[in-house]
Design a protein around this ligand. Structure first.
Ligand code: DGL
Length: 271
């Protein structure tokens, strides 16, 4: 049984590095809150795995974060949110924020013509979780156009956001979506905010992009506020970063995703 308390940290996890885009938004918006981040770098990527495997991984990442006494859990991975959020909501007593619902909610607010695009990993798109959430939220008829864009993950990690190659790949993935008449596109993968400019360039001005990282940070703040869990003791923000495997390139890539130099990381075994 977990009971949230104001001075406890916000726990955040992802399959690896992508969740740092969500962490960046949370750190900026909630600068008085401590953060404990776990990147499951030993088992990344989740986006090509089955729902059963993703749920098994999520159980162990969550158990690790719970052992750090967190007051709220952010599932900062679309694939994990798609397959495991219901399981977590049924079993945990602390508030849980996934990335799918905030993004879907924002898209439903922004769309004018009811045509919404969703891009993500193969597993996220296959799960149909954005479609389901959008249909739950939207009261008027909507059309949803989904597309998995697996190459966007390595492109974001390589830092190729301004390369011509990335624009060509984005055009190949997204050209058809653009022509479908959507007016909103959900970036349904935590790596994609790094490629926002490239994606916006391909989609053109008439299509609004929904960054689930930003929306997730706002929802985290709303939940903490409404449940009286915002930290108010004025102490400096502490950030701890844990990985399940050491990686030579993690720190440099991570600093780009986080938007600030990454402080030290610790490698842990999780079960
Ligand atoms: N962070 C993952 C997501 O948002 C993408 C990387 C992976 O496949 O694990 O789905």
């Amino acid at each position: 049984m977990q009971k949230g308390k104001k001075n406890e940290a916000i726990g955040i996890f992802d399959s690896g590095i992508g969740g740092l885009t969500v962490s960046k938004e949370i750190i900026n918006l909630l600068s008085g809150e401590d953060i404990v981040y776990l990147g499951d770098t030993a088992r990344v990527p989740y986006g090509t795995k089955s729902g059963r495997t993703v749920r098994k991984y999520v159980e162990s990442t969550t158990n690790f974060l719970l052992s750090k006494n967190i007051k709220l859990l952010v599932v900062a991975c679309n694939t994990a949110s798609a397959y495991a959020i219901e399981m977590l909501k049924e079993t945990l007593e602390i508030p849980i924020v996934g990335v799918v619902e905030p993004g879907a909610k924002r898209a439903s607010e922004l769309t004018i013509n009811g045509k919404i695009g969703v891009i993500g990993t193969q597993a996220t798109i296959k799960s149909g979780s954005y479609e389901k959430k959008l249909r739950d939220i939207c009261s008027s008829p909507i059309k949803i156009y989904s597309k998995s864009c697996p190459l966007f993950v390595p492109l974001a990690e390589e830092g190729w956001e301004n390369e011509e190659t990335s624009a060509l790949i984005a055009e190949k993935y997204l050209g058809e979506l653009r022509e479908s008449g959507i007016d909103v596109l959900i970036l349904g993968c935590t790596h994609y905010p790094l490629l926002k400019n490239t994606i916006a360039g391909v989609m053109g001005k008439g299509i609004r992009l929904v960054d689930s990282a930003e929306e997730t940070a706002k929802q985290t703040e709303n939940i903490l506020r409404s449940q009286g869990l915002l930290r108010k003791d004025g102490k400096a923000q502490q950030m701890s970063f844990y990985l399940t495997d050491d990686s030579e390139t993690f720190t440099s890539i991570a600093s780009r995703f986080l938007g600030r130099p990454m402080e030290k990381t610790e490698v842990v075994d999780i079960v």
